[in-house]
Unconditional design. Sequence first.
Length: 420
Amino acid sequence: MSELANIAADGRADVLILGAGQAGLQTALSLREEGFAGSVLMIGDEPSLPYQRPPLSKGYLQGTISADSLVLRPRALLDELRIGVLSDARATAIDRVRQELILSDGQRLGYGHLVLATGSRARRWSGLGSDLDGVMYLRSLADATALAQRIGQARSAVVVGAGFIGLEFAAVAAKAGLAVSVVEAADRPMARSVTPTMSELFRQWHAEAGIALHFGARLAAIEGDAGRVAAVRLEDGRLLPADLVLMGIGGVANDELAALGGLPTDNGIVVDEWLRTEDPAISAIGDCASHPNPFSGSRIRVESVQNAIDQGRTVAARLAGRPLPYRAVPWFWSDQGSLKLQMAGLVAQGDQLIEIGSREERRLSLLAFRDGIFVGAETVNRPADNMLVRRILAKPAPLGFAEAQAASFDLKTLAAAVPV
């Protein structure tokens, strides 16, 4: 099927989705599941069909997952569902008056409703040596393919940033036999995401894997030799040998197009609880959307598969005439070597923590309470606990600390006992 075969003769789509990632694809699929019969067209800026991103920093780098297996849905199924996909295309402007999206080649595509699922990109470092060959980022399939080739050629790697992506890559590179160093400005790994207890558990694992960890350290420059990376120099003068540097210093919302079109942005495209922008003909979802979150009591932007899928479903239901506010429990995961970290809710907001399991065996769950109310949990190598936590948090009646204590913090009992 031609990419534009299922839109009207005047070049308009009933629903035009800018972004062919997890969020954009889920919107299209859910529209069909909801019985939406209008035309649906996705526009992506990469040459491939929508694919999974989480395996890029793990199985794909290790060579255990192929590029073909990353594809979320085959072309034949999308054709059958009448979901158009225009790949390798870039949007440059939104004409909100005419309800048209303008592409870089000058083509104008009209829409009844526009869904912005533009995602996020890796934050760039612009210091001395940032343009050297061997300074790399990990966000797209193209990034991961280039990085996998470099791993096979490199002897030493420096990872800047001890967040999820940086540590996942560090585990893979160390397993491949590289000498790996991690440089982090904070005093512990994943400091913005997990508790000190969980940070320490992961710090120990990475140290045992032979990874050199440098906390409270800042990058001053990247040294080169004949245009290629040779070492990383820290602000305190230390020099770390490297022929490969991975920058893992966070993500930035792709909200520039929305801002150019006059839509409010605040660390992402501002939407309400229905995921609507201030323009009733435009929604925003996924990594690029800043939404009010009932669990945090504030506006947040979440970069996770769960958020992308749930927000895609929410928008599709609204467009199909079944509006529901977005109130899904946020959850995340990260696989680092033999450790599987899973988080549900907002543990960082807790003022009281309860431990279940064993730190020594690295099978641990931390339950977080704020003002006596259960707000989330982080688990490592205890996937059943994570599922139970998500069930508890999804129920409208909050779980109190006294109730949890009376049940000896048995999650299975608590999941069954909390009223629906």
